[in-house]
Design a protein around this ligand. Structure first.
Ligand SMILES: O=C1O[C@H](COP(=O)(O)O)[C@@H](O)[C@H](O)[C@H]1O
Length: 261
C-alpha cells in the first residue's frame, strides 16, 4: 500500500535485530551525509535490549559499521528520577547498550536529563528542550528539531514515548518537550518529546515484540484512530517502519512487507 507505515514481521528476534541494524546504519549514513553526525532519539521499555542485540555484534563489512563516535543520543521520553534509578530510561540504555560498547571505540555523545530539576517536571522538560534548541540550532532555524531517527516502543495500551491514549498532551502543538505528572504507567512523573517533534523526524521506527502486543497492534493497524502509536503512523506514513515479530502481528490484517532497505 502506497504512503503507509511499513510493517515488517520477522520469525525471530535475531532476524529482526539483523534488519534493524541494517536500517539504523542506513539512517546513520544519511545523517552523517547531511550534517556529519547522527542524531537519534531512543525510548526505554523493551527497546534498548533489542537495540543492543542489533548493534553490538561486530561489523561484517565496512558498510555494516556502527559509527558510535558520530552518534548523538537523546531520550524520546524519560522518567523524573535520578540517572541511576531503576525506573530511569537512561540507566536502562546504559546497562543494556552503552556499557557494552567496546572500549576501543570512541563512545557516542549521550544527552540525559538534567537531574537538578527533578522536583519540577515543567523545568525538567524546559531544560531538555533548551538543550535540544542548542543542539539543533546550527541545522535548522529550529521551528522543530529534525531527528535523523526516532526509535520508539509501543505499550500494550498503544502509548509511545510518554504520550498516553486520551491524554491532553496529544494535543500539544508548541512545546518540543513536555512534562507529564499523571502517567497511567508508573512512575507518574516524566517528560516526553511531543507528537509534532516525533513526526517531524526524518525516519521513525517502532520495535514491538511478543504476543502480549498483538491486541493493541490490531487496534493500531485496523481501527486505532487516536491511539498515540496510530497518530505517529498518520503523521509519518512511509517514513515510519515497524520491526515486529510474528507473535506481535498474529491476526493483524494490515499489509505486511518483506524487509528491504
Ligand atoms: O513507559 C514506557 O513505555 C514505552 C513502551 O515500553 P515497552 O516495554 O512496552 O516497549 C517505552 O517506549 C517508553 O520509553 C517508556 O518510558
Amino acid at each position: 500500500m502506497a504512503h503507509q507505515a511499513n510493517l515488517y514481521p520477522f520469525p525471530s528476534i535475531s532476524s529482526l535485530a539483523l534488519a534493524l541494524r541494517a536500517y539504523v546504519i542506513q539512517c546513520q549514513e544519511a545523517g552523517i551525509a547531511r550534517h556529519d553526525v547522527f542524531k537519534v532519539a531512543v525510548s526505554g521499555g523493551s527497546l534498548p535490549k533489542t537495540l543492543a542485540a542489533a548493534l553490538l555484534s561486530p561489523p561484517s563489512s565496512e558498510a555494516d559499521t556502527v559509527k558510535w563516535e558520530k552518534w548523538e543520543i537523546f531520550f524520546a521520553d524519560e522518567r523524573a528520577v535520578p540517572l541511576d534509578h531503576e525506573d530511569s530510561n537512561y540507566a536502562l540504555l546504559k546497562a543494556e547498550l552503552l556499557d557494552k560498547i567496546p572500549s576501543n571505540v570512541t563512545p557516542p555523545t549521550v544527552n540525559p536529563i538534567d537531574t537538578q530539576y527533578l522536583d519540577d517536571t515543567q523545568e525538567l522538560a524546559d531544560q531538555y528542550e533548551q538543550m535540544l534548541v542548542k543542539s539543533f540550532a546550527s541545522r535548522d532555524s529550529v521551528k522543530l528539531p529534525i531527528f535523523d531517527l526516532v526509535l520508539l516502543g509501543c505499550g500494550p495500551d498503544g502509548h509511545t514515548c510518554s504520550l498516553f491514549p486520551g491524554h491532553e498532551l496529544l494535543r500539544e502543538t508548541s512545546a518540543w518537550v513536555a512534562p507529564i505528572e499523571d502517567s497511567p504507567k508508573p512512575p507518574p512523573r516524566r517528560i516526553t518529546l511531543t507528537l509534532p517533534v516525533v513526526t517531524h523526524a526524518v525516519r521513525v521506527a517502532f520495535v514491538a515484540t511478543g504476543g502480549g502486543k498483538k491486541d493493541i497492534m490490531k487496534q493500531i493497524f485496523e481501527e486505532g484512530e487516536g491511539l498515540p502509536c496510530a497518530l505517529v503512523n498518520e503523521g509519518t506514513r512511509e517514513r515510519c517502519s515497524w520491526f515486529v515479530d510474528n507473535a506481535a502481528v498474529e491476526g493483524v490484517s494490515y499489509p505486511k512487507r518483506p524487509f528491504s532497505l
